[in-house]
Design a protein around this ligand. Structure first.
Ligand code: DC
Length: 212
């Protein structure tokens, strides 16, 4: 039997990660945060003193990425988030990570019957045959507020307006790039979490999965 795939796409800070992690745990599936792969490539470029906007620097970091060695704390900064949206626009980087993501989707870790993957192009490009597709979104202000709450812990000077400006710029880059732009798959179910608590958003996602 082939592995079950649940694809969860949407813009930054819409609640994808929280929903995907919880679905994976409740349904006993593996979870893959594909944004962390792009973030890890960006982080490697920065650590090597390279330029995330440079094709060769980004391609080299993607080729040598060790997914077992990703520093989950270091990749969560604002700087890495911005650099990730730059490397994510590079066709060589996307081609390299496409293979990695498909390999994981086809071969979930031992004991797991499938995988929940969150990202921007899972339902459209990485796993177009996914069993369930969700497109999770929320208003710009709701997303900026959630991301600000996360980032202000380590950066007390940061304002919500700065976070909103970052998100708007990243969304624009993610949506306008030529290769695998952020777009809702035709067969994805839209879930708007603007006015939902975390619990309500998770329940809504479980209901969508249950209907499939
Ligand atoms: O979800 P995130 O904020 O961790 O993603 C970081 C960047 O990676 C974001 O700008 C979009 C990009 N990304 C992508 O292009 N495709 C994916 N499947 C996942 C993330």
């Amino acid at each position: 039997m082939s592995a079950l795939v649940i694809a969860i796409d949407g813009p930054a800070a819409a609640g994808k990660g929280t929903i995907a992690k919880d679905l994976a745990s409740k349904l006993d599936l593996a979870y893959l945060d594909t944004g962390s792969l792009y973030r890890a490539v960006a982080h490697a470029v920065i650590l090597a003193g390279g330029d995330p906007a440079d094709d060769a620097d980004a391609a080299r970091a993607a080729e040598t990425l060790d997914i077992e060695a990703i520093d989950q704390t270091a990749i969560r900064t604002r700087e890495v988030g911005t650099a990730a949206s730059l490397v994510a626009a590079k066709p060589q980087v996307r081609a390299q990570l496409l293979e990695t993501q498909r390999r994981i989707a086809k071969n979930p870790p031992a004991g797991k019957g499938g995988v929940v993957m969150d990202g921007r192009d899972i339902g459209t490009v990485v796993c177009p045959d996914a069993d369930v597709k969700l497109f999770v979104t929320a208003s710009d202000d709701a997303r900026a507020h959630r991301r600000w709450l996360e980032l202000v812990k380590s950066d007390p000077e940061l304002t919500q307006a700065q976070v909103l400006a970052d998100l708007t710029e990243r969304d624009r880059r993610d949506s306008e790039r030529a290769t695998s732009p952020l777009v809702q798959a035709a067969d994805a179910t839209l879930l708007d979490t603007t006015n939902l608590s975390i619990e309500a958003a998770i329940q809504a996602a479980l209901d969508i999965v249950g209907r499939r």
